[in-house]
Design a protein around this ligand. Structure first.
Ligand code: PLP
Length: 450
């Protein structure tokens, strides 16, 4: 910018501090892998039969080779194929980092609050960041069909979008409560050409078994994963895609955190806190791991906070042990914070957080004391969501609103102590298809105990 003396000034305008953008060619060229910096190895998945580390061959039944290589890699950086970066442009990457000045004013806090806009992708969440490369590597290996599970419908829509881009068929098992609560997400998946079944479904042996025991089974992500894997294994030229939890999903999401670091650097901010909500852990990991890697290399002292629902408290109340990723016990065993693979979460509106376990990488970081878990009730989460909507204008996803709640609590704490803390959170998605949840909150009908 030119200053009054007519010379180039490096001082940015006030708007540059409110919405911090990167150029399109600043989309990260590599994904970051926390396994390279972890002081202890990330425990490998185990074959449930032998209890030995799962071999590449075990994993080949459900994943393509390109993805398996990433799953087991300990390289710090992995190149993002140019074809994937081309699609990241369509996902509106790099996404802005925005300052929540109006929320700060509403809270009368001296803290500075920033949030990363993962709500701007065509799917409305961070999930396409991993759906695109997963579909891409499958397409490269000649796979024609992908199966998957979805909770709130975010991952299903992301994978349906990715399959539409690469001309693949997509079958989605959608958790029954979300299928009923959120029909519009199903229409989005179907618009992209996917086939969607309410899970438990009559399509699989496992689904039929569960429906036989209870025809009103509300379903869970764990059950939907079992159905997607059963279908994958029985069907020709078909692989399975997982929306969270696995190492390669965490890896793909690190475009978020690498962009955040570049954006904070542009405005010369060092965060005190970085906050994400956690279901299986992918948006949190993607947002936090690049900065956490630097902390492990003693380059910063950021505190990392993972926010979860008190009705699905895997980090705050779970055990750190090997457990299945699904309910039927078809997946390898993962070392993770878990509530047990048979845990059926209550029907909260943050459907994307209804998962019994936590990603092995995130779990390891919790175990090492690098990540602090916090848990909130549904009502206080929607209160925070409403404050954010009124002040910033964006209606946040109920999932993301757990991170907003944590950010607001820290901002109020900073106010009490009169400290200028820098708080950064990940807005993992928008809530425009979650208005049923907002409606029951406004009507005072939300179950406060969840
Ligand atoms: C799926 C989803 C989540 C939870 O999944 P993670 O893997 O923990 O990120 C959070 N927010 C939104 C908007 C989602 O769609």
């Amino acid at each position: 910018m030119l200053n009054t003396a007519g010379t180039i000034s490096l001082i940015m305008s006030k708007y540059d501090h409110m919405r911090i953008n990167l150029d399109v060619d600043e989309i990260p060229k590599k994904w970051y892998n926390i396994a390279a910096d972890s002081p202890e190895p990330i425990p490998p998945p185990l074959n449930p039969g032998t209890k030995e580390p799962a071999t590449a061959k075990d994993l080949e039944a459900i994943f393509p080779k390109g993805i398996i290589a990433q799953e087991v890699s300990t390289e710090r950086y992995i190149d993002i194929p140019e074809e994937v970066r081309d699609v990241y442009v369509l996902l509106q990457r790099p996404s802005p980092l925005q300052r929540a000045t109006r929320l700060e004013k509403m809270l009368k806090t001296p803290a500075r609050i920033y949030f990363k806009r993962e709500d701007l992708s065509p799917g409305g969440s961070h999930k396409p960041n991993s759906a695109i490369p997963q579909a891409y590597y499958n397409m490269k290996e000649g796979i024609e069909n992908l199966t998957t599970e979805t909770g709130a419908g975010q991952w299903g829509s992301a994978l349906a979008l990715a399959c539409a881009f690469y001309n693949m068929k997509c079958t989605v098992f959608m958790v029954r409560v979300s299928y009923d609560q959120k029909p519009f997400r199903r229409y989005i998946m179907e618009t992209y050409g996917a086939k969607v079944f309410a899970s438990p479904s009559k399509e699989t042996e496992y689904g039929r078994l569960l429906l036989g025991q209870d025809k009103d089974n509300p379903g869970s992500l764990g059950i939907a994963i079992s159905e997607a894997i059963e279908t994958c294994v029985k069907q020709k030229n078909t692989k399975y895609a997982l929306g969270s939890v696995a190492n390669h999903v965490m890896l793909h999401q690190t475009v978020i955190g690498q962009e955040v670091m570049a954006q904070l650097k542009k405005v010369e901010e060092t965060p005190d806190y970085m906050i994400g909500c956690v279901g299986g852990g992918s948006n949190f990991a993607g947002f936090a791991f690049p900065m956490m890697g630097e902390k492990l290399r003693k380059k910063n002292n950021v505190e990392f906070i993972a926010a979860e629902p008190s009705s699905v408290p895997s980090i705050t109340k779970g055990e750190y042990r090997y457990d299945f990723g699904d309910t039927a016990g078809m997946t390898p065993l993962f070392k993770m914070y878990t509530l047990g693979h048979e845990f059926i979460p209550s029907a909260i509106h943050a459907g994307g957080l209804r998962y019994h376990g936590m990603a092995p990488t995130v779990s390891k970081m919790v175990d090492l004391g690098l990540v602090k878990g916090v848990a909130y009730h549904q009502n206080e989460v929607f209160e925070a969501a409403t404050m954010f909507a009124k002040s910033e204008g964006i209606i946040p996803a109920p999932e993301s609103s757990h991170a907003i709640k944590a950010a607001i609590d820290l901002a109020l704490q900073a106010k009490q102590k009169n400290e200028e803390k820098v708080i950064v959170f990940n807005l993992s998605g928008h809530g425009l298809l979650d208005m049923q949840g907002y409606a029951s909150f406004i009507a005072g009908k939300m179950n406060g105990s969840m």
